[in-house]
Design a protein around this ligand. Structure first.
Ligand code: IMP
Ligand code: MG
Length: 177
C-alpha cells in the first residue's frame, strides 16, 4: 500500500450530521418498541455503532456478531461464515443490525436469516454505507447513511487489509488486487 492518505469521500462533519439524523429516526420509529437490541457486525461497525447508539433516545442494549466474508482483498466470494454469535437472548426482542457497509449484500442477507432463527420480534437493518451498483442479492435496508460509488473505502471503522480503520473520515483508496 502507498503512503498517500485516502482521498476524502465523506468528511467527519458529514458523518456526524448523518448519524444524528439516523439516530433521531430510529428513536422515533422504535419509541413504542423499546428496548431495542443493536447488533453490531464486527469489526467494521464498531465506530458507527458507538456513535449511533449514544445518540439514541430510547432504551437500548448492545450485542456483537462477527462474520468472515471469504474475501480475497477487495473481492467477495459470496460465502459468509459466522465467527461469533450474539451472547444475549434476543428471542421476542426488536433487533436492529448495524453494519458498516453493504456491498454485494451477501453478508447482510446471511445475518438477517441467522438472527431470525433466534426468533426475535423483528429484525431491521441499518448500514452507514451502501454500494448500490454492486448488489447481488436483494436485502431490505431500513436505514442507510450514504449511497456511495463502487470504490473501496476506508476509515470510520472500515479497513483495507486492517489498515485505516481509525481514520476519522471515509476515504477512497485504490486496492492493490
Ligand atoms: P457484502 O457481503 O459484499 O455486502 O460485503 C459486506 C462486507 O464487506 C462489509 O461488511 C465490509 O466488511 C466489507 N466491505 C465491502 N466493501 C468494503 C469497502 O469498500 N471497504 C471496506 N470494507 C468493505
Ligand atoms: Mg462489515
Amino acid at each position: 500500500m502507498n503512503d498517500k492518505p485516502p482521498e476524502i469521500l465523506i468528511s467527519e462533519g458529514e458523518i456526524a450530521r448523518r448519524v444524528i439524523e439516523l439516530a433521531a429516526r430510529i428513536s422515533e420509529d422504535y419509541r413504542d418498541k423499546a428496548p431495542l437490541v443493536l447488533v453490531g457486525v464486527l469489526k467494521g461497525s464498531f465506530i458507527f455503532l458507538a456513535d449511533l447508539s449514544r445518540r439514541l433516545t430510547i432504551p437500548r442494549t448492545i450485542e456483537f456478531i462477527a462474520v468472515s466474508s471469504y474475501r480475497y482483498g477487495s473481492v467477495s466470494s459470496g460465502a459468509v461464515r459466522l465467527v461469533m454469535d450474539v451472547r444475549g437472548n434476543i428471542e421476542g426482542k426488536h433487533v436492529l443490525i448495524v453494519e458498516d457497509i453493504v456491498d454485494t449484500g451477501h453478508t447482510l442477507h446471511y445475518l438477517i436469516g441467522m438472527l431470525k432463527s433466534h426468533r426475535p420480534a423483528s429484525v431491521r437493518t441499518c448500514a452507514l454505507l451502501h454500494k448500490a451498483e454492486r448488489a447481488e442479492v436483494d436485502v431490505d435496508l431500513d436505514y442507510i447513511g450514504f449511497s456511495i460509488p463502487d470504490k473501496w473505502v476506508v476509515g470510520y471503522g472500515l479497513d483495507y487489509a486492517e489498515q485505516n480503520r481509525t481514520l476519522p473520515y471515509i476515504g477512497i483508496i485504490e486496492p492493490s488486487d
